[in-house]
Design a protein. Structure first.
Length: 87
């Protein structure tokens, strides 16, 4: 039995860079409410994102920041899968 709206960590993490990039509030995300692991991961990524904003206060963080976040996610996951680039 699967619960509606429930997603796996891999699915959630695949969407993390765009969720962070969009700047939306994720504190009420159903996956985060149930998953300690992804909460910790998100905190790490937000630290990176905050650092990027301090480095580039006048501009959007460059795309390579999100590439680094994606790389970090892949290394956390331990497998190399290429995420589809959405522009
Ligand atoms: Zn999770």
């Amino acid at each position: 039995m699967t619960h509606p709206g429930e997603m796996s960590c891999a699915e959630f993490q695949a969407h993390l860079p765009e969720l962070i990039g969009s700047g939306q509030d994720m504190s009420n995300h159903p996956h985060l409410r149930e998953c300690e692991l992804c909460r910790a991961l998100l905190a790490d990524l937000q630290t990176i994102a905050d650092a990027a904003r301090q480095l580039f206060p006048q501009e959007e963080p460059p795309a390579e920041i999100w590439d680094k976040i994606e790389s970090a996610l892949k290394s956390e996951d331990g497998k190399e899968e290429s995420l589809p680039k959405s522009k």
